[in-house]
Design a protein around this ligand. Structure first.
Ligand code: ADP
Ligand code: MG
Length: 729
């Protein structure tokens, strides 16, 4: 008998690394498939080039005529590279990218020869047939359709033979139907707010850019093996499977060299990334077997988000050539580490200063402290919003469940900066004495760069850690679109910076304070108000859960609970006050995310029911029949003595029956709970029932299946096992 499992194992074990020609120098090919400045200079008229630059740098509008010229140049460039189609590339709320390809090729009505056409109209706006993208009721209530509109701040690129034009996706009444629109709005708001605050320190600052450097974790599994697991194919994770005898205990993968097949894949992938202008820099093994990480040089946030979305696509496509399947799921395997997507975040001025990087002079360090403390205060005041921004069915497996970071949001800053904050907290209320100021400048603020040099005690258990010159938001899920977390983070910091500016200005104007005194005074109060969010200890410990609860920090372990914060008054007010999302847009997102949660659990429940009933049980019965035949044979030979001789077999037969019964009865109960849940009309309630009534059966059913996997003859087990999925190189 040759089950899919054994075919797959044969295929995977004889696989050779594919031949791959590496190009010469990375720098020589970097961005050659991107319509970047270099390409624009070559293919655009001076006016058209200036138009794009203006739109990118100052948000100026591009009129139709100019759009026609830009489209013409873009088309010529694309055709010169063998491109045949174009697409508006966007990020609907499903979390993946969407595209609809149209050919440049057009025939004409007047009988002249067919030509390649692409005008300003096609560049600027398109109407995808998008009625089936999730919209949380926005389009039903307002308009029937949405449209995509060009985002000139993220350059067009070529993927395969298609010109991809990054776009936003909005309804005809202007509501955002995608991830990019609110992100762009949030980036504008943080630019304005941070620039205003920078002016206290440097009048020359005209623009502040939020930067993002993500780190993407993933698993690489042989495609034949992955395809042999219906659960992996349909849900992205294994719903059952006994842990392999060897897991990640030895840490040998983490410190080991990258396996050859994986390395060849990575080199091919990196070459594709180079062509697409994604500045990938780091690759290494991760903790779990067959788990890896890839990280680029950080970029402006909108571009970095686009690059991460594009990368996830490219990774999967390149993997096909190498007969791999990339698993982005946060927890594809029970008992081994899951994957995350660390979001490294900072703010940079157009004068070249990283606002979260301490530097040599006390004055610029006061600027550093201002942004540092305001960020902490923002997280302190909005921790539940940040938690909601990273909530998803798959990320629940990491947050607050089997592994960390915990579902509790806290900020780690390290021992030295903790000391600095403690000293700042002691500054005089009101005007500072000259001695105090000198002391602060020389001994507290002035010494920050020195103390930071040896601030190496990074706390890996913290969901939000300061790492020397940036904050690292580590709780983001590996499948997530970074927009969600970045929109929220930039929004809460922007709001905080606005409030800060008002408070400092008030002290200067009403209390006749000097600027520095006013800043010190406001920061001192912020430090006092933000104590509850700072935590330097072990985020995985039980003590922290207790401590966090006493501090009043939220600890939402599941998505339905966590998402409620999205529609709190605080959240609705925040996003509408900043013009990032109106109430309808926020509520729509909340609903879509709840629905997505419900659907994911629903699908997992169905798949688990199916494979346990048509893979596990039939196999178990087949093996049980073998045992029964064996016992009968023993009886024939040994007569009455057989009971003693066949003792173990009889125990096995009974155990198998017990587990089969366990699976059957629990699948029935789970199905009943699902049916009850499906009757509900309220999205929140339905998600909660799926979470609390349906999902608990997964573990119970799995336990019986996994026990059977241990009992049943390996030769007839149909599902590819953990050791095979995780250790095939
Ligand atoms: P690790 O966290 O694994 O030790 P690093 O500290 O070297 O690694 O950096 C991790 C990531 O931080 C990289 O992807 C890098 O691009 C990003 N990063 C570095 N500086 C900044 C910054 N100013 N803004 C945003 N991201 C940054
Ligand atoms: Mg990191």
């Amino acid at each position: 008998m040759s089950t899919l499992r054994f075919q797959a194992l044969r295929e995977a074990s004889t696989r050779k690394p594919v031949k791959f020609e590496e190009s010469d120098r990375k720098s020589a090919i970097f961005g050659s498939n991107v319509f970047n400045d270099k390409a624009m200079r070559q293919y655009l008229t001076a006016d058209a080039f200036k138009g794009v630059q203006g739109a990118v740098q100052h948000g100026t509008k591009i009129d139709r005529k100019l759009a026609d010229y830009i489209a013409m140049g873009m088309k010529e460039w694309a055709l010169s590279k063998g491109v045949t189609h174009y697409t508006h590339w966007f990020q609907p709320l499903t979390g993946i990218t969407a595209e609809k390809h149209d050919a440049f090729f057009e025939t004409s009505y007047d009988g002249s020869d067919p030509v390649e056409k692409f005008g300003g109209a096609q560049l600027v706006q398109q109407e995808p047939d998008a009625s089936s993208f999730p919209n949380g009721g926005i389009r039903n209530t307002f308009e029937a359709r949405g449209y995509t509109a060009w985002d000139p701040t993220s350059p067009a690129f070529i993927f395969g033979t298609t010109l991809c034009i990054p776009t936003v996706f909005i309804s005809y009444t202007g509501e955002a139907l995608d991830y990019k629109t609110p992100l762009l709005r949030a980036l504008t708001v943080i630019d304005d707010a941070a620039t205003e605050v920078c002016k206290y320190f440097d009048k020359n600052v005209k623009k502040v850019t939020a930067t993002l450097g993500w780190e993407q974790e993933y698993f690489l599994i042989d495609s034949a093996l992955a395809n042999s697991r219906p659960d992996l194919m349909m849900t992205g994770r294994t719903l059952l499977g006994h842990t392999s005898a060897k897991g990640q205990q030895l840490d040998d993968h983490y410190f080991g060299s990258i396996p050859t097949r994986a390395l060849v894949y990575m080199r091919d992938l990196e070459q594709q990334c180079m062509l697409l202008g994604i500045p990938v820099k780091t690759r290494h093994n991760e903790v779990a077997p067959n788990q890896f990480e890839l990280a680029p040089i950080f970029e402006e946030t909108n571009l970095a988000v686009d690059h991460n979305c594009l990368l996830m696509d490219v990774m999967q496509k390149v993997a096909e050539r190498h007969s791999f399947k990339v698993l982005f799921h946060e927890k594809p395997f029970k008992g081994v580490n899951g994957s995350g997507k660390h979001n490294n975040w900072s703010l940079a001025t157009d004068t070249g200063v990283n606002l979260l990087s301490p530097s040599k002079t006390p004055m610029s360090n006061l600027q550093f402290l201002t942004f540092f403390i305001n960020t902490i205060k923002a997280v302190n005041d909005n921790e539940s919003l940040l938690r909601a921004a990273i909530a998803s069915a798959s990320n629940d497996h990491r947050l607050g469940a089997n592994e960390a970071p915990p579902a509790i949001i806290s900020v780690f800053i390290g021992a030295q900066l903790t000391k600095v904050l403690a000293e700042l907290e002691g500054v005089t209320a009101g005007k500072l004495s000259p001695e105090e100021k000198t002391d602060l400048k020389l001994n507290v603020v002035g010494k920050i760069p020195d103390v930071l040099l040896d601030n190496t005690d990074r706390n890996r258990t913290s969901p939000f850690a300061f790492t020397g010159n940036k904050f690292e938001f580590r709780a983001v899920g590996s499948t997530a679109n970074c927009s969600n977390s970045m929109t929220t983070l930039n929004a809460i910091v922007a709001k905080q910076l606005r409030d800060f500016k008002v408070e400092v200005d008030t002290l200067i104007e009403k209390k006749d304070m000097k600027k520095d005194d006013a800043i010190f005074n406001v920061l001192r109060e912020y430090i006092k108000q933000s104590k509850k969010i700072l935590f330097e200890g072990d985020g995985y410990s039980e003590e922290w859960e207790i401590e966090a609860a006493s501090r009043g920090l939220s600890n939402f372990k599941t998505t339905p609970e966590a998402l409620k914060a999205r529609i709190s008054k605080q959240s609705l007010d925040l996003f509408s006050e900043l013009n990032i999302m109106n109430h309808v847009e926020v509520e729509a997102r909340y609903e879509i995310e709840l629905e997505e949660y419900t659907k994911k659990i629903q699908i997992e429940g169905r798949v688990l029911g199916d494979i346990s009933k048509n893979h596990v049980i039939p196999t178990a019965i087949r093996y049980q029949n073998t045992l029964i035949a064996n016992v009968k044979g023993l009886k024939d030979i040994f007569g009455d003595e057989f009971e003693n001789i066949a003792k173990e077999q009889i125990i096995l037969i009974k155990q198998i029956s017990k587990h089969i019964e366990g699976i059957n009865s629990n699948v029935v109960e789970m199905t009943n709970e699902r049916k009850k849940a499906n009757m509900l009309t309220d999205a929140q309630e339905m998600a909660e029932v799926y979470c609390n009534k349906v999902k608990p059966y997964f573990e119970i059913i799995r336990k019986h299946c996994d026990k059977l996997e241990l009992l049943v003859d390996n030769e007839i087990w149909t599902l590819t096992k953990y050791r095979e999925l995780l250790f095939t190189k």
